[in-house]
Design a protein around this ligand. Structure first.
Ligand SMILES: C[S@@+](CC[C@H](N)C(=O)[O-])C[C@H]1O[C@@H](n2cnc3c(N)ncnc32)[C@H](O)[C@@H]1O
Length: 294
């Protein structure tokens, strides 16, 4: 359904209402939120909700109609606006790069809590994608030395751009590494020196049916990870066990169906203590935390 007749300027409120109806009909999970974000994007009011009295001109109304049509095809919102926000900073993303999820705010807040008593911490963010978690940590903790690892050169390129922008804005530069978290020799120089490891790895079992945003419009290696979804997580657990100093913290995002398997993996490794699992904002299991044994 077109959101503009292309003739007269229309109010942001009316455009958002029409866009939300189109998105709801297409099965988009948060049609009102996405409609507001697309209107704000087109009107140049940033990620916030536009004032409903603001007016779009004809060109903006056409641009919005095109974006709404693509969102109705279930192209992820972040790939249309080219950005996502985590921990109060914005990162740029494009198709081919994972769009950071609002769920990761909880991962971030547990990570920052774990670091609060540590001065000048060394942090490693595994499977960094656009770099969002690593950059948000560097933003919140200017005294930290932050390393970030990504396998996919294309995603790493976006992490590099984001890191350069954040460094220009005054944040401590993040050190980026291309690497495979299942590589037993990765970051050998940091062995036993790291205060915090974070990871939002791919965790969906192969063959799982997903929303098109994830099943069709994200790179497979950002989403799927073997028959039980744990291939990369096993590597993360092994690597964190080697990198962390005694009592260092691990925060690892996982599938809601991994509520028991990931904590069991951590306990079974014999290298972690204080293992706990945590819920997301919808009350579903989201991430595990643990401490390296002393
Ligand atoms: C779910 S995405 C998360 C990206 C980012 N951490 C975030 O929260 O926005 C997982 C990322 O892990 C990367 N990845 C997959 N397998 C990997 C591996 N074995 N080693 C390093 N990175 C990997 C993917 O390319 C993807 O960018």
């Amino acid at each position: 359904m077109p959101v503009s007749d292309g003739a007269a300027p229309r109010s942001a409120g009316a455009l958002a209402d029409a866009a939300a109806r189109t998105l709801a009909a297409a099965g988009v999970p948060d049609p009102r939120g996405d409609a507001a974000a697309l209107v704000a994007h087109v009107l140049g009011t940033g990620a916030g909700r536009p004032r409903s009295a603001a007016e779009a001109d004809e060109k903006q109304a056409e641009e919005l109609a095109a974006l709404v049509a693509r969102r109705a095809e279930r192209i992820p919102l972040g790939h249309l606006t080219g950005r996502a926000v985590l921990g109060g900073i914005e990162v740029a993303v494009s198709p081919g790069v994972f769009v950071p999820r609002v769920h990761s705010e909880r991962v971030l807040s547990h990570a920052l809590d774990a670091l609060s008593p540590v001065a000048r911490p060394v942090i490693v963010d595994l499977c960094t994608g656009s770099g969002a978690i690593a950059l948000a940590l560097a933003h919140a903790r200017p005294d930290a030395q932050v390393h970030a690892v990504e396998l996919d050169p294309y995603a790493l390129d976006w992490a590099r751009r984001n890191a350069a922008r954040r460094a220009e804005a005054g944040d401590t530069p993040v050190r980026l590494h291309q690497g495979d978290v299942t590589d037993p020799d990765l970051l050998a120089a940091l062995t036993g020196r790291v205060d915090l490891v974070t990871a939002n790895p791919p965790f969906v079992p192969e063959g799982t049916e997903l929303l098109p945003e994830y099943g069709e419009h994200h790179p497979r290696q950002a989403i799927f990870s073997g028959g039980d979804g744990l291939d990369v997580i096993r590597g993360v657990v092994r690597l964190a066990g080697r990198l962390l100093r005694p009592h260092g913290a691990l925060v690892i995002e996982h599938g809601h169906f991994h509520e028991e398997t990931v904590p069991a993996l951590l306990r079974g490794s014999g290298e972690f203590t204080d293992v706990a699992d945590h819920l997301d904002q919808d009350g579903r299991p989201l991430h595990a935390t643990a401490r390296r044994t002393g």
